[in-house]
Write a protein that binds this ligand. Structure first.
Ligand code: ADP
Ligand code: TRP
Length: 341
């Protein structure tokens, strides 16, 4: 049977190169390898977006971005998290077996609090909703960035805990019940992270992130993107001299965005130095801008077209939600039965 692949993206801001190379590109590849479900995590986004009009706009933009970047609704199912009404019920039921101590040690929560986000229940309970997102569709594989792997471990642990609690003679060593004939109520999901997926650096050299204000955006207006690329931090090595490659966001961005053959040429010029026209940082920034335009030009065009056809986007999201709810229905039914509702 085809593997069921599931992942979600928060609609909490404009998408950037880090999101593309760290997540979206992989989602698009995987749609050919199994039964893929991707959703816009617009409930999760409410933890940071506290303006209804903006939240709605970002949900739309995120959906359109995915479609523009190659998600094909005839292959993958795309939907809004908030359209799955069964999710809230599973979120609650699951929460009844989750130790507080697990949530207290969640690194995402601690990081966010450290970065000044307020310690609200929604943020604290975020991994519970994420586990419900995963378990409700009987997902097999969950492609996620490294920062999300702990959430996947939680989802597996809690699914096991629930299975042990509610399935008589359930054997955690035999989760499918091949020997015991007592399969779990929940399937145990696998995280999937490709080792070679690089962390994309931002303009200042830290990890690219909307919370650091150091992004190169995927769908910002041309002028803004140009400004972002021109502002990538460089050092003061003159064009004639070989340039250092470590901790140089411009070098790393060229490596990520340029096609391999073009990068090999750029790499040579970078390391040798020479003529300012072909060996200075200004030249390399232009190279990055051109490669960006080549790589994302068609997606940006498609994005603008879809933004002008929101009825079509809505149709795709509604059809996706209906399909996803079809997967969720038997799971929630099993759960209700087991817990006595
Ligand atoms: P942000 O840090 O901008 O808030 P998110 O946390 O919403 O981004 O990330 C969404 C997805 O994109 C995650 O799967 C994450 O791993 C991936 N991602 C985000 N930034 C990067 C980056 N700089 N490099 C690689 N992957 C990234
Ligand atoms: N927490 C994920 C992120 O910030 C988004 C997400 C929500 C998700 N629910 C999920 C990812 C379920 C995978 C599976 O990137």
């Amino acid at each position: 049977m085809a593997q069921r692949i599931l992942s979600g993206v928060q609609s909490s801001g404009r998408l950037h190169l880090g999101n593309y190379y760290g997540a979206i590109r992989e989602f698009v590849r995987l749609q050919d390898q199994g039964e893929a479900l991707y959703f816009i995590a617009n409930y999760h986004a409410l933890n940071t977006v506290r303006d209804g009009t903006l939240a709605r706009q970002l949900t739309l933009e995120t959906a359109v971005a995915y479609l523009a970047l190659g998600l094909d609704p005839t292959k993958a199912t795309l939907f809004r998290q908030s359209d799955i009404i069964e999710l809230g019920e599973l979120y609650w039921i699951l929460g009844t077996v989750i130790p507080m101590t697990n949530l207290e040690r969640a690194t995402s929560y601690r990081d966010k609090i450290e970065n000044g986000q307020s310690a609200d229940f929604g943020l604290f309970a975020y991994p519970v909703l994420m586990a419900a997102d995963i378990l409700i569709y009987d997902s097999d594989v969950v492609p996620v960035g490294r920062d999300q792997r702990q959430h996947l471990e939680f989802a597996r642990d809690w699914a096991t805990k629930f299975n042990v609690q509610y399935v008589e003679k359930y054997d955690p060593k035999d989760p499918l019940g091949e020997k015991s004939k007592r399969p779990g109520l929940f399937k145990l999901p696998q995280a999937f992270t490709r080792d070679e997926t690089a962390v994309v650096p931002g303009r200042d050299g830290q990890k690219m992130s909307k919370s650091y204000g150091n992004t190169i955006d995927l769908f910002a207006p041309d002028k803004e993107v140009e400004k972002q690329i021109k502002s990538v931090k460089t050092d003061s090595t003159p064009p004639e001299q070989p340039k250092p490659v470590d901790n140089q966001p411009l070098y790393q961005l060229l490596k990520v965005v340029l096609p391999p053959a073009a990068f090999a040429d750029a790499d040579k010029a970078w390391r040798t130095g020479g003529d300012p026209k072909t060996n200075g940082y200004g030249y390399f920034k232009n190279l990055l801008l051109e490669a960006y335009q080549q790589e994302f030009g068609p997606a940006r065009k498609r994005y603008a077209e879809l933004m002008n056809d929101q009825a079509e986007v809505e149709r795709i999201l509604k059809a996706g939600a209906e399909k996803a709810r079809g997967y969720a229905a038997p799971v929630i039914q099993r759960v209700r039965q087991a817990v006595g509702l």
